[in-house]
Design a protein around this ligand. Sequence first.
Ligand code: ARG
Length: 457
Amino acid sequence: MWKGRFQQNTAETVQQFSQSISFDWRLYPFDIQGSIAHAAALKRAGLLSGEELELIRGGLESIKKEIDDGTFTFRPELEDIHMNVESALTAKVGPTGAKLHTARSRNDQVALDLRLYLRHETDEVRGRIRGLQKALVDFAGRNREVIVPGYTHLQRAQPVLLAHHILAYVEMFERDMQRFADAKKRLNQMPLGSGAIAGSTIELDRQYVADLLGFPGITHNSMDAVSDRDFVAEILFAIALTGVHLSRLSEDLILFASAEFHFIQISDAYTTGSSLMPQKKNPDICELTRGKTGRLIGNLVTMLTILKGLPMTYNRDLQEDKEVLFDSIDQVKAVLEVYRGMIPEIAVDARQMREAAQDPGLLATDLADYLVRKNVPFRRAHEIIGKLFALSQQQSRGFSQMTLEELRHFAPEFGPEVFDMLRLERAIESRTAIGAPSPKNVAAELEAWNAILQNEP
Ligand code: ARG
């Protein structure tokens, strides 16, 4: 359609090569929503009569219904969703349909559609992050007394509460929540009226369109508005980082589920067997999540790479934004959903965790702190406990199995109350600073999270 200056149809290979309808069809509810608002602005400017507006609105709504119902025929030769909808409209309502594209270009149209789409999807993703946070807080609450070694360099470091470890992820996901909300502020700007590049000689009331579509602001530079995909890159980054957090969680679960750790078991419903080895129970969900995160990062890099060489303003390269964006949105939603279901299906072996946490090395720092309170300078205390630990390793005896005399041999400051220091509960209870994992602190954190997660969707 609309051949104009062209005398030939585009070659079939070119149609196949350049079409985007096979993936951008999913923008249809937003494309139609935007077109209805645009038609209303045309009416307001006196370019459509009331009857014409109603004709267009009715036509667009019935096209939406056909696509919803799966009875609409998409035509690849019409390239994209915008032209498919417009052509179907004209076929349906006649010449009035051909007035719709007045003072509009696909350049500002696609910018609008993407912003409407992402405004919707950021809320979807945020809702799913909330769901996972709830699952994690519940899981932490159910295991609030469980003590586990905390690791640095994947070496046992200091005892912590398992709930503290889990709540670390809840914090990460909270920052992700904020990042999506923040990115949404910038993408929630109305670009229609920017035209192909320089607006239009036919002036429409852009503020009116923004109000109809519920945008709190409008874009202020037509050239920027038609070529800006920063908001896509920002969302892809927010998704990639959420993926990184999910991937780290996956790695922890994979390690904890191994026979070497034996800290957790993931239920049959969320693990898979091996086609060869009958004994296997594999944490595939976690592994797939770790793998998909590579893809999410790749999608971000793709988008940035597309943008980096573009001269002003719109270039067709920008059509390549959609597949990576849709893929990242789909993948992160799927991962969040399956994780929300999996977390409650994790059984904790509290005894095994405690046993690992009994490793005397984990209390070495506490012993050094004890000496510091006896006025030993920290560096000297560090050295003393280091030597003591070497002996304990050599003789396979924990600190608490040594006598006071033996300890005093290393530092005369040791007193009988040191043995109380060596109780695991006591060691955890004394970690009272804000942000540290004393049971009191962790209980308060759990309560605070429960309040936050209850109040907000
Ligand atoms: N399918 C195009 C895209 O996704 C729509 C805009 C096309 N504009 C143009 N002037 N060819 O970017």
